[in-house]
Design a protein around this ligand. Structure first.
Ligand SMILES: O=C(O)CCC(=O)C(=O)O
Ligand SMILES: [Fe+2]
Length: 338
């Protein structure tokens, strides 16, 4: 990435401290026992943290190892080779190294691919994958891994539905024609880890994120109880799950999408692979009827997910002079607060 471009430098109040608290308390849940106890544990974690880790999730280790290996091989190429699948304003999937979060450049490079091909977006936004020639097995590894993520995504949505007291399949219909995508993240070692971030503070806009990280560590979560940034410990072969903005809206804020960011390392590079489980573009996102009643009215106006996603993707692609789209724009202000 060469000289440190000022575009990477975070405002002082957002700079990471070099030492940071380890996340004592982020729940670790064993999914092999699908009893009510798990439902309660997942529900409590969604409410108290917006984050949890899972083990015994059923994703074969071999599939995870393969996608990490392919990712390392892909990013290890020369820039001119990675540029063969470069993302553009129109081709929203593929490689790029200029993502901005809240208008500050992230210290990372990414490769995005979508699950359904072509993902059904509004006709102006047909989404196709761009597969690189090298490494040759990357496409197959990605597609195989994607199937595992989808399976785990549905399973987790069932547990979350039960924890909210609605029927297990309540959310399934929203994911027909889903706009889910997977991102390969590479965070190179950074000469100024105290000034830049791998990903600036943000909340995930989709429904649910399932993240695999390597053993380097760097993901930090803003702890709900006190606002302190705590590090999510890498646990071998576990997945980090977080509630996205859409679950916050569907649950009418029973669960909250929590801010997180990625610190970079002065010596070590880091790899991670998030799966963003997203509904169809034509989903009107709004609180579930079951989550509202006269004492607990809907806190959000319905919004169209496809438009939200397209607007957010454009603002992450290039620096804009306005703040990017947020669910707070659809919040119904409470008369009692006025
Ligand atoms: O790499 C990570 O640990 C997290 C990345 C992330 O938060 C994101 O891509 O939304
Ligand atoms: Fe994120």
């Amino acid at each position: 990435m060469g000289e440190v471009d000022p575009a990477f430098i975070q405002a002082e109040e957002h700079r990471p401290k070099l030492e940071s608290t380890e996340a004592q308390g982020i729940p670790l849940i064993d999914l092999s026992d699908l009893s009510n106890d798990i439902v309660k544990k997942v529900g409590d974690a969604c409410r108290d943290w917006g984050f949890f880790q899972v083990i015994n999730h059923g994703v074969p280790l071999e599939k995870r190892d393969q996608i990490f290996k392919a990712s390392r091989e892909f990013f290890g190429q020369k820039l001119e080779d990675k540029n063969k699948v470069r993302r553009s304003e129109k081709e929203v999937m593929g490689y790029y190294d200029t993502e901005h979060t809240k208008n500050v450049r992230d210290w990372k490079e990414v490769f995005d691919f979508t699950m359904e091909i072509p993902t059904l977006f509004p006709s102006s936004h047909q989404v196709y994958n761009q597969w690189p020639p090298y490494p040759p097995q990357l496409r197959e590894d990605c597609e195989e891994y994607g199937k595992e993520m989808e399976r785990l995504g549905y399973l987790l949505m069932e547990v979350i539905a039960k924890s909210l007291g609605v029927k297990a399949e309540r959310f399934h219909g929203f994911f027909k024609d889903q706009t889910s995508f997977i991102r390969l993240n590479h965070y190179p070692a950074c000469p100024v880890p105290q000034l830049a971030l791998g990903v600036g503070r943000h909340k995930d806009a989709g429904a649910l994120t399932i993240l695999a990280q390597d053993d380097v560590g760097g993901l930090q979560v803003k702890r709900k109880s006190d606002g302190v940034w705590v590090l999510v410990n890498p646990i071998p072969n576990s997945y980090i799950i977080n509630v996205g903005d859409i679950i916050q809206v569907w649950s009418n804020e029973r669960y909250e999408s929590v801010e997180h960011r990625v610190k970079v390392n002065g010596e070590k590079e880091r790899f991670s692979v998030p799966f963003f489980f997203n509904p169809s573009h034509y989903t009107m996102v709004q609180p579930l009827e079951e989550m509202t009643d006269e004492h607990n009215p809907a806190k959000y106006k319905p919004y169209n997910w496809g438009n939200f996603l397209a607007t957010r993707k454009l603002s992450n692609f290039k620096k804009l002079d306005v703040d990017n789209i947020q669910i707070s724009h659809f919040k119904i202000s409470d008369l009692a607060d006025k």
